[in-house]
Design a protein around this ligand. Structure first.
Ligand code: LLP
Length: 428
C-alpha cells in the first residue's frame, strides 16, 4: 500500500490530510500509518507459512508503546538491546518467550531482569559475558537460555556506521569462539544453549549477503549438531533496507515499483536454508517494518538566500531527526501542498534552528516556492527518527501521531518545558 499520497494536491496519510493534523497538534510531529505498519508486520509473519519462524522486532528502531502493541497483536516478538527496551517490550505485552536480548554490554541488572522475565534467550557477545550470565544464573539457581552472536565476517554495502558483521567490529564473536562458548554453555549447569545468531548490518538493499549469512550459520549449526549440540533456532538478524532515494518521490507520483527487496522476497530467501536444515528461524527486522510507515511533518519558519544557497529554516532539526547529520542520510522531502506540475521549483536546503552547521534535513531539493507557515514532510522517517531524538539545544521532543483510516490518535504527547527539569535538583 502507499500510506502517504496526494489527493486534491494535498499530502494525506491514509484518509487524513497532514495539514489537518498539523493544525490540531502543531509541528514538528511524527505521523505513522497504522495500515502500513500492520501490512509490513503481517508480511514478516505470513511470508513463509511455518510455525518455526519468529520475527523479533528490533525495538531500537521505534519504541513507541502503541506501535509495540500493534506489532504484538500482529504476532511479532521483540529483539531488545537494553533493560529499557526489555521494559517496553514487556509493558507492551510481548510474551517473554518471544523476546531475545542482543548487545555487547549487558549489565548485571539487565541480565537479572531478563532472567526474572524468562525471555527466550540472551544472545551472548563475549566470553566474559557468558561467564557473567553463568554466575548470575547460578546464584539464582536458574538455567539461562543462551544464543551466541557470531561475527560471520561478511561485508555488505551500506553506510560504514551500519555494517556490523565484519571481523574488526565490536559485535559478536569469531566463529571458533562461538563454538567454544556453545560447548561451555552445554557443560555448564546454569546455561542452556539454544541459538546461533548473526546481524550483518543495517539498511542493506541486496539479498545475497543475508543468504550468505544464513548459509554460514546453518553450516555452523550443523557442525555443532554433529558434536552433540542441537540448537533450536538460527537467527539471521535484521538489516533489510528500505528505499530512501529520490526515486521515492517519483514512485509517489507515478506509482513506480520498489527498488529494495520486498519483505516477502527477503524472508523467503533467508528462511529457506534454515528451515531446510530443520532449525527454527528468528529474524530481527526493525527499519523494514517501521521506516516507511512514518514521516516527520515540519513547518517553515523563515526562508533566506545566502552564499548561493536557498535555505528553508523549519521547526524540526537534528534533535528530531539526526540521520542526515549523522550518516549524511537522504530522506525524501515532500511539500504538503503539491505545486501544479508545470510550476517551477527551487533547490531548497532544509535546515533546523539548532546551533550546528550539521543541522540539516535535506540539501538542494527541488520544491515549490516556500513561505513561512508552509508544511513539508520528511519521508521514510518511521525508523531511527523519534527513537534517536534528543533535547539538544533545549528542544522539546516532538509529538507522535498514529493514523488509522480517517482517525488519528496522539500516541505520544509533545514534551513541554517542564521535561527539561525532569529529575533535576539543586545542589545542597
Ligand atoms: N538486530 C541487531 C542486533 C541490531 O543491532 C539491529 C540494528 C537490528 C537487529 C535491526 O536492524 P534493521 O532491521 O533496523 O536494519 N541508527 C541507524 C541504524 C542502526 C541500526 C543498529 N542496529 C540508522 O538510523 O540508520
Amino acid at each position: 500500500m502507499v500510506a502517504f499520497h496526494y489527493q486534491d494536491n494535498q499530502l494525506w496519510c491514509e484518509d487524513v490530510p497532514l495539514a489537518e493534523i498539523a493544525t490540531a497538534v502543531g509541528t514538528p510531529i511524527y505521523i505513522y500509518s497504522q495500515a502500513e505498519l500492520q501490512e509490513r508486520a503481517a508480511a514478516f509473519v505470513t511470508a513463509v507459512p511455518s510455525a518455526d519462524t519468529l520475527a523479533c522486532y528490533a525495538v531500537k528502531a521505534n519504541n513507541n508503546p502503541a506501535i509495540l502493541g500493534l506489532l504484538r497483536q500482529a504476532g511479532l516478538g521483540a529483539d531488545v538491546t537494553s533493560g529499557g527496551e526489555l521494559f517496553l517490550a514487556l509493558h507492551a505485552g510481548i510474551s517473554p518467550d518471544k523476546i531475545i536480548f542482543s548487545g555487547v554490554g549487558k549489565r548485571r541488572d539487565e541480565i537479572e531482569m531478563a532472567l526474572d522475565a524468562g525471555i527466550r534467550a540472551l544472545h551472548v557477545e563475549s566470553a566474559m559475558e557468558l561467564e557473567a550470565i553463568a554466575a548470575i544464573a547460578g546464584e539464582r539457581q536458574q538455567v539461562a537460555p543462551i544464543g551466541v552472536r557470531v561475527n560471520p565476517d561478511i561485508h555488505a554495502e551500506t553506510h560504514p556506521y551500519m555494517t556490523t558483521g565484519e571481523k574488526w567490529h565490536k559485535f559478536g564473536v569469531a566463529p571458533e569462539t562461538a563454538v567454544t562458548l556453545l560447548h561451555t554453555a552445554r557443560e555448564h549447569p546454569s546455561l542452556h544453549p539454544v541459538g546461533l545468531a548473526a546481524h550483518i548490518g543495517s539498511q542493506i538493499t541486496a539479498v545475497p549477503p543475508f543468504v550468505q549469512s544464513a548459509h554460514f550459520l546453518v553450516q555452523m549449526a550443523e557442525e555443532l549438531s554433529s558434536s552433540g549440540i542441537r540448537l533450536a533456532y538460527v537467527d539471521v538478524g535484521g538489516g533489510l533496507g528500505i528505499d530512501y532515494g529520490d526515486w521515492e518521490i517519483k514512485r509517489l507520483r507515478d506509482s513506480q515499483q520498489h527498488q529494495s527487496p520486498s519483505i516477502v522476497e527477503w524472508v523467503t530467501a533467508v528462511t529457506q536454508p534454515i528451515l531446510a536444515a530443520g532449525y527454527g528461524v528468528v529474524m530481527e527486522p526493525g527499519r523494514s517494518i517501521v521506516g516507511p510507515t512514518g514521516c516527520l511533518l515540519t513547518r517553515v519558519t523563515y526562508t533566506k538566500s545566502q552564499g548561493g544557497t536557498q535555505f528553508a529554516i523549519v521547526d524540526a532539526g537534528m534533535s528530531d531527526l539526526i540521520r542526515p547529520t549523522l550518516y549524511d542520510a537522504y530522506h525524501p522531502v515532500l511539500p504538503v501542498t503539491q505545486a501544479a506540475a508545470e510550476a517551477s521549483t527551487t533547490p531548497y536546503t532544509i535546515v533546523g534552528p539548532i546551533c550546528e552547521t550539521g543541522d540539516w534535513l535535506a540539501k538542494e531539493r527541488g520544491l515549490p516556492p516556500l513561505q513561512p507557515g508552509n508544511l513539508v514532510a520528511v519521508m521514510q522517517a518511521g525508523a531511527y527518527g523519534y527513537a534517536m531524538a534528543s533535547n539538544y539545544n533545549g528542544r522539546l521532543k516532538p509529538a507522535e501521531i498514529l493514523v488509522n483510516g480517517n482517525r488519528f490518535t496522539l500516541i505520544r504527547k509533545r514534551q513541554d518545558y517542564t521535561h527539561l527539569l525532569d529529575g533535576c535538583q539543586a545542589p545542597e
